[in-house]
Write a protein that binds this ligand. Structure first.
Ligand code: ADP
Length: 184
């Protein structure tokens, strides 16, 4: 585990499976349809159980066209997960968004942190949004994600603990390099 101080909050980077994270909330790299899919989204749905898909179907009724915009985030319970809440973020598809990709990726993290602040959630774990199937190069995504977390924390009291749970060593290394450059 690698730790950094961000004002009053702490940032942790580790390798692992986010479905096992014991933070109050975890973020999901969802898709616009919020219907579950592959990668981390599929793992979260499997671990949370079928109630998660049902909750998302309900929630989609309130979204225009039943679609969550890129850069958006919504919250559901975690059901069978150790985490009490799941914040579903739609990251940018790198090739499709071009120059807007960084702004949209940063917005996912900002929106997730805003939900934590509003609901007074003490801790959240993030996966590396968009760097799997959505094709965002991890060495470009890591500094965007970390800078967005720093900005999104502001001086609020929630969340106090932000953890990135990264699925493989190469991804952890990219985040560690970016965090050392930004925060050390
Ligand atoms: P996206 O569609 O946003 O690119 P993916 O799920 O394809 O989302 O990949 C995002 C990142 O999540 C990748 O680094 C992938 O290796 C990672 N990942 C996949 N499964 C898990 C898991 N169970 N826990 C944490 N990270 C995961």
């Amino acid at each position: 585990m690698h730790r950094y101080a961000l004002g009053e909050a702490s940032l942790e980077l580790c390798c692992g499976d986010i479905t096992e994270a014991d933070t109050v909330a975890i973020a999901n790299a969802a898709n616009a349809m919020l219907m579950g899919g592959g990668g981390v989204d599929g793992a979260i749905h499997r671990a949370a159980g079928p109630e998660l898909a049902k909750a998302l179907i309900e929630l989609k009724r309130d979204l225009p066209g039943g679609v969550l915009e890129t850069g958006g985030a919504v919250i559901t319970p975690g059901f069978l997960l150790p985490a009490k809440w799941v914040i579903h973020c739609v990251g940018p598809i790198f090739e499709r968004e071009g120059d807007s990709a960084a702004k949209l990726l940063a917005r996912c993290y900002a929106k997730a942190l805003e939900l934590c602040r509003r609901r007074e959630l003490e801790s959240i774990a993030f996966p590396s949004i968009s760097t799997g199937v959505y094709g965002y190069p991890v060495n470009l995504a890591a500094p965007v994600a970390l800078e967005a977390v720093r900005r999104g924390l502001g001086d609020g009291a929630f969340p106090r603990r932000i953890r990135f749970v990264l699925f493989d060593d190469a991804t952890l290394e990219a985040y560690r390099t970016a965090a050392d450059a930004l925060f050390r």
